[in-house]
Structure formats: structure tokens, C-alpha cells
Design a protein around this ligand. Structure first.
Ligand SMILES: [Zn+2]
Length: 288
């Protein structure tokens, strides 16, 4: 426990020092310009879980967000002029090298029923699109969406992707189960969704390795979502379409500021990556 607290404290101090150093550094006008161009050519993917009615899950409560807070996020993004797209749409923009100025993608993991009852009406209200990553074994269980709900998501122009059959941490399981948790997960979900073609896989807990990348490619996925913090550009997508960046959005008690801070952090980490500095190395170490 103490170790965990120390790690969190260390993380906070380190992030603050780096942010401070960075903003001191970007006082240089040229670098500021470069950073602003970078932001126009990159897009964050926001990651949500449960939104709305509390669900009984053994998770930090921060991962469950009220519908009111989620709506304030949509309001904020709309006011700021963002277009909210599905990840599939974002991958199209990335492949075309299209402008990503004020583009943000939204994603929901695990397939909670409240994603249908609470999230979908709000997405429709704000003309926003999103992607939902589904765990096969949970479809239709009490707190999860059923087949009809998933089909309705598709009818509303949303995207559905895979989150494996058993929410398997792909980098940690015996590789002999990879075809099952990736290839079969895709095939079974496509059957349930009456022939809809899945494009994306969101790796449970964000973890992956070379064997996982090989499997998702082999079984016909066109992109993969990691837990690494950063933003997506035509350059990094072109090199690693199965290692896209996401930013987890939680209820940290700071309301809309919390979202703004997380988005800024994603852009900043992405910009530093273009300079050869990947803070995910520290993040991975802290999460060990
Ligand atoms: Zn998950």
C-alpha cells in the first residue's frame, strides 16, 4: 500500500516537474508554433468505461462517471469546436492524411448497459459518434449490453470493436489462447452482429506484446488500441496501426478541468514523443 502511495506521489511530482519544465521551455516562440501545428495534426482517443447508473464492479469508483459529468464533456467539446468521431472514422482520416484539427475520437470499453441507456442518447443529442469494445462472454448479462442494444448502436452510426472473449490480458496469457481471444472473438461477434465487419481491437488493460500484434493482424483487425498515453498522427498510425494511443477519462473530482487536463497531457506526451521522449516508459515502470 505504502509502495503504491509512494509511486502515485512520485508520479504526480514527476509529471508536475516535467510539465513545468516543458512550459518554461515552450516560451520559445518557434517551439510554441511547432506545438500548435502538432496539435492540429493529431487526435486523442478518449477512453470511458461506465457512465450513468452506478454498476457493481470491483473497480476504482472514479472509473464510473455520472451522466451529467459525461454530458458536460460533450458540451465542452462542442463549444471548443471539436468533432467527436468513432475510432474507425479517425483511422480513415489518419490514412488519408486529412486535417485532424479539433478532431477527437471517443471509445467505451467493456460494453456496459449504461453505455446504451445513458451514453447513446447523449451522443445522439450532440451529434457525436463513438466506438464500443465488447467482451463476448458478457453480452446480455445484467449490467452489460445485449445483442439488440449492440445492433441499435450500429443503426445509430456507432462502431463496435472487440475487447476479447474473456477480457483476457493478452500480453500475460499463454500465447496458445491468442487465436481464441482475438480471431474467434472477432468471428463470433460478427456472427452476433449479423455480418457486421469488426475493424478494431482494444487490448484489455491496454497491455500487448509482439505476439499479440501478430495475432490481431493475422485475424483481420485493421487497428489496435493500447493503454499508452499520447495522440494519434498520420505518422505514428502509418508505422504502428495496432499500437494506437488512448487517454483514460475518469471522474477525478475536477469536473471539466479534469478532461481538459487529460487532453492537454495526451497532446503534450505525443509532442514529446516526436522529440524522442516517451513518458510511457516511466508510466509502464510505475504501473509494474
Ligand atoms: Zn476492459
Amino acid at each position: 500500500m505504502l509502495n503504491k502511495v509512494a509511486k502515485i506521489l512520485f508520479n504526480i511530482i514527476l509529471t508536475s516537474v516535467l510539465l513545468g519544465a516543458f512550459f518554461w521551455f515552450i516560451k520559445g516562440e518557434e517551439l510554441q508554433k511547432e506545438y500548435s501545428t502538432f496539435r492540429k495534426n493529431s487526435a486523442p482517443i478518449l477512453l470511458y468505461h461506465a457512465v450513468g447508473e452506478p454498476v457493481e464492479i470491483e473497480w476504482p469508483p472514479s472509473l464510473i462517471m455520472s451522466a451529467a459529468l459525461f454530458e458536460s464533456h460533450l458540451q465542452y467539446l462542442t463549444q471548443e469546436g471539436y468533432t467527436v468521431v468513432s475510432v474507425e472514422k479517425l483511422t480513415e482520416l489518419l490514412s488519408e492524411g486529412a486535417s485532424l484539427n479539433k478532431v477527437v475520437a471517443m471509445s467505451f470499453d467493456d460494453g456496459y448497459r449504461n453505455n446504451y441507456t445513458d451514453v447513446l442518447p447523449l451522443l445522439n443529442k450532440y451529434n457525436a459518434k463513438a466506438s464500443f469494445y465488447i467482451v463476448n462472454r458478457d453480452i446480455g448479462k445484467t449490467i452489460y449490453m445485449d445483442k439488440e442494444m449492440l445492433l441499435n448502436l450500429l443503426n445509430c452510426g456507432m462502431e463496435i470493436g472487440s475487447h476479447t472473449i474473456n477480457h483476457a490480458p493478452l500480453a500475460l496469457i499463454d500465447p496458445k489462447y491468442l487465436p481464441w481471444e482475438t480471431g474467434s472473438a472477432k468471428k463470433f461477434l460478427e456472427e452476433i452482429l449479423e455480418g457486421y465487419q469488426l475493424q478494431g481491437m482494444a487490448y484489455p488493460n491496454g497491455g500487448y506484446n509482439a505476439k499479440v500484434l501478430e495475432a490481431v493482424k493475422q485475424y483481420g483487425f485493421t487497428y489496435g488500441l493500447t493503454g499508452k498515453v499520447g495522440v494519434n498522427t498520420s505518422q505514428n498510425f502509418g508505422v504502428a496501426p495496432y499500437e494506437m494511443y488512448r487517454i483514460s477519462v475518469v471522474d477525478d473530482g475536477n469536473g471539466i478541468e479534469g478532461l481538459r487536463h487529460r487532453m492537454d497531457r495526451a497532446y503534450l506526451w505525443g509532442f514529446l514523443q516526436t522529440k524522442g521522449i516517451d513518458l510511457n516508459i516511466i508510466r509502464d515502470w510505475l504501473m509494474q
